[in-house]
Design a protein around this ligand. Structure first.
Ligand code: F6P
Length: 513
């Protein structure tokens, strides 16, 4: 019954998508279009007027969301139902930022006392480290155990008044080599961040860091801390329990910056600003939980995403922050969106009727303008753009820079929409390229929390409407298994390989002394 209704709503949306008109014409026809297709909530103006959506197609998308039972799914996630069905887990990153009175149960047990206790331990640890002699903190982790804190630490650099942060993720020895070479082992704290505490990159880097510290006058037994849901493995690595910060399996790696995985960020900005980061996310959570769908920023963000990718057929989406400190946001969103929704089958295992997650990419403006925007304006593929821009920078003395930054951001969305037709042929561009703009006052800890939570819930809503499980990631397992199997082969073991891989193995072997 529900599936049939969802299919009927999709069909309607597709019909409207085929008949979509020119974005500029929609503005011509409606003097109030900007207002009609913008929402103000959670400190943000979300303007989706520069898309081809009309009242009718937007209403149809909202009906699709209703048919797919987005409100019920949202409640199920937030109250701790095991919606990650393939792994039998709840999905409760929202619990990590829930207010002091929240009660959230998993298997009949309130998880909040533990969440609050861990947060309290993190804050006490951060205060002690920030007041002590540690000058540098190295976070060793990868994927969700790296991208969140690395993205947020850069974003919140103006709030950073603690030790310097460094991030080591890649198995490439060049990464850890270059990070450690400038550091004093005696005043460095190493955080080993791994949900599973088995990830080969992280464990290899952690062992290298431990050796380096011991050989350079540091004390690994006192200067290592661990962040993991596998507390026993962390203990086996030799990290004492008081410096192990645990979290439960209901926090997905790519959703984990709000808890212990955010410890490096807390060390840099302090527990109070970290609390503001959580409060921003919590504000977006309540908005997501309560606002009617037509006013709901994550829902609208998801519907715009589905419209562009599934309905209009645009294969990628560009995230273009006009906010240099959001330089790592596109990389962060690549994991959040592509690891969550890059799926080929539905929750129940059937092949999807149409594409799931789009390719997400981007760079901050204005740099991107001088690199890939040519294709955005005149390429044969249309790339819907997502602009993020602060109305104020953190450098009042450089306000003229900020004015130029904002002018460029606004000019780009205008140019993408309007194009230019009164010129010689190579200079003509048709325009009609969609974008949304998210404008906010300043990139504060609270604002960053709201932005990240907005994207998290967008991924969730897209996943619900597509009928997929956004919270597993079996696709990354095969590469890991093959890499493990190839290690002995590189060292000389026999294996039955395809001729390309065999050729590359032979070349590697030939280069080893
Ligand atoms: O390989 C993908 C992945 O499992 C991500 O989902 C995760 O964020 C990353 O590896 C790191 O995992 P862990 O935190 O367990 O080391």
């Amino acid at each position: 019954m529900r599936a049939a209704q969802v299919a009927a709503e999709w069909a309607r949306v597709f019909t409207l998508g085929k008949a979509r008109g020119k974005i500029a014409d929609l503005f011509e026809a409606d003097a109030e279009r900007a207002e009609r297709f913008s929402r103000r909530a959670c400190g943000m103006l979300y303007d989706f007027s520069k898309t081809a959506l009309t009242e009718e197609s937007f209403a149809a998308l909202l009906e699709l969301a209703e048919a797919a039972e987005v409100p019920a799914a949202r409640e199920a996630m937030m109250r701790g139902d095991k919606i990650n069905t393939s792994e039998g887990r709840a999905v409760l990153h929202t619990a990590l930022r829930a207010g002091p009175d929240a009660v959230i149960e998993v298997d009949g047990q309130d998880v909040m006392p533990e969440v609050r206790a861990t947060l309290g331990r993190m804050a006490a640890f951060a205060r002690e480290v920030r007041a002590g002699a540690i000058t540098d903190v190295v976070n060793i982790g990868i994927g969700g155990s790296d991208l969140g804190p690395a993205m947020a630490a850069l974003a919140l650099a103006p709030y950073s008044d603690g030790p310097r942060l460094h991030f080591v993720s890649n198995i490439d020895g060049a990464h850890i080599h270059d990070v450690l070479k400038g550091l004093n082992a005696a005043s460095t704290l190493v955080l080993v961040a791994s949900k599973t505490f088995t990830t080969i990159e992280t464990m290899t880097n952690a062992e290298t860091a431990r050796r380096w510290m011991a050989e350079h006058g540091g004390e690994p037994a006192a200067q290592f801390a661990a962040i993991s849901s596998a507390e026993q493995r962390a203990a086996a690595f030799g990290i004492p329990a008081e410096r192990v910060f645990g979290f439960e399996d209901w926090v997905g790696g790519r959703y984990s910056v709000w808890g212990p995985i955010g410890l490096s960020l807390m060390l840099a900005i302090g527990p109070e600003d970290f609390a503001a980061f959580l409060a921003g996310a919590a504000e977006m959570d309540s908005h997501f939980a309560q606002a009617p769908l037509a006013q709901n920023l994550p829902v609208i963000h998801a519907l715009v995403g589905l419209w562009h990718h599934q309905v209009c057929g645009h294969k990628t989406r560009a995230v273009l922050p006009y906010d240099q400190r959001l330089a790592r946001l596109p990389a962060y969103l690549q994991q959040l969106e592509m690891e969550s929704n890059g799926k080929r089958v539905s929750k129940t295992g059937e092949a999807l009727a149409f594409g799931s997650g789009p390719i997400v990419w981007g760079e901050p403006g204005t740099n991107g303008q001088h690199a890939f925007y040519q294709l955005l304006h005149q390429g044969t593929q249309i790339v819907p753009a997502e602009f993020l821009v602060a109305m104020q920078g953190h450098e009042p003395e450089l306000a003229h820079h900020h004015a130029l930054l904002v002018a460029n951001c606004l000019a780009q969305s205008q140019a993408m929409m309007l194009g230019r037709d009164h010129a010689e042929l190579p200079r003509v561009f048709e325009g009609n390229r969609p974008s949304v703009t998210m404008a906010y006052e300043r990139l504060t800890p609270k604002m960053l929390g709201r932005i990240i939570a907005l994207y998290e819930h967008r991924v969730f809503v897209e996943g619900v409407i597509l009928g997929i499980n956004s919270f597993d990631q079996f696709g990354v397992e095969l590469g890991k298994e093959l890499a493990t199997a190839l290690q002995p082969v590189l060292a000389g073991a026999e294996a039955d390989l395809d001729s390309s891989t065999a050729q590359l193995v032979a070349l590697y072997r030939a280069h080893q002394g």
